[in-house]
Design a protein around this ligand. Structure first.
Ligand SMILES: CCC1=C(C)/C(=C/C2=NC(=C\c3[nH]c(/C=C4\NC(=O)[C@H](C)[C@H]4CC)c(C)c3CCC(=O)O)/C(CCC(=O)O)=C2C)NC1=O
Length: 161
């Protein structure tokens, strides 16, 4: 897994150079947003369960997926879906803290689409639920932090689609 610092340093190292102006600017903006990132992560971790619950209510409840024959129907599958949304929220928060999406590629998206396809988990409904989490999270943490979290929620959605 990379973060905003290692990714800038690695690319300078490949060229055998000190950090140039744009690389320094990237680091500067990462450090400047450090407190915001930490504060955002602590608000999200204190409210994780309710973020997921509200997102499910907004996007999935009483839709075809929760009815008999739907992929969330039965307690076991409902619980698996909630657990997946917990994963997405937690890993999006890690990526936001790191300022880099590589943790999502390595630990979440790797093989996920194939797993979903083989189990018949509907990707469109999953994307809808992740977008709902993005909205619920933004209303909780505020516009700037919500926008930064949105980058990583969107990253998961495009990795699934
Ligand atoms: C940390 C990385 C990680 C991820 C991301 C992950 C996802 C993941 N979700 C799964 C299943 C599942 N995922 C869902 C999810 C849903 N069904 C719906 O209709 C909804 C739209 C959606 C929730 C938003 C369901 C219902 C299953 C169970 C499917 C089945 O067994 O029939 C499975 C198959 C194995 C299992 O049931 O546990 C995996 C591997 N596992 C991991 O270790």
């Amino acid at each position: 897994m990379q973060d905003a610092i290692t990714s800038v340093i690695n690319s300078a190292d490949v060229q055998g150079k000190y950090l140039d102006g744009p690389a320094m600017d990237k680091l500067k903006s990462y450090f400047q947003t450090g407190q915001l990132r930490v504060r955002t992560a602590s608000v999200i971790s204190a409210n994780g369960a309710s973020i997921v619950k509200e997102a499910v209510a907004k996007s999935l409840l009483y839709s075809d997926v929760t009815r008999p024959g739907g992929n969330m129907y039965t307690c076991r599958r409902y619980a698996a879906c909630i657990r997946d949304l917990d994963y997405y929220l937690r890993y999006a928060t890690y990526a936001m803290l790191a300022g880099d999406p590589s943790v999502l590629d390595e630990r979440v998206l790797n093989g996920l689409k194939e797993t979903y396809n083989s189990l018949g988990v509907p990707v469109a409904s999953t994307v809808k639920a992740i977008q709902a989490m993005k909205e619920v999270t933004a209303s909780l943490v505020g516009a700037d932090a919500g926008k930064e979290m949105g980058v990583y929620f969107d990253y998961i959605c495009s990795g699934l689609s």
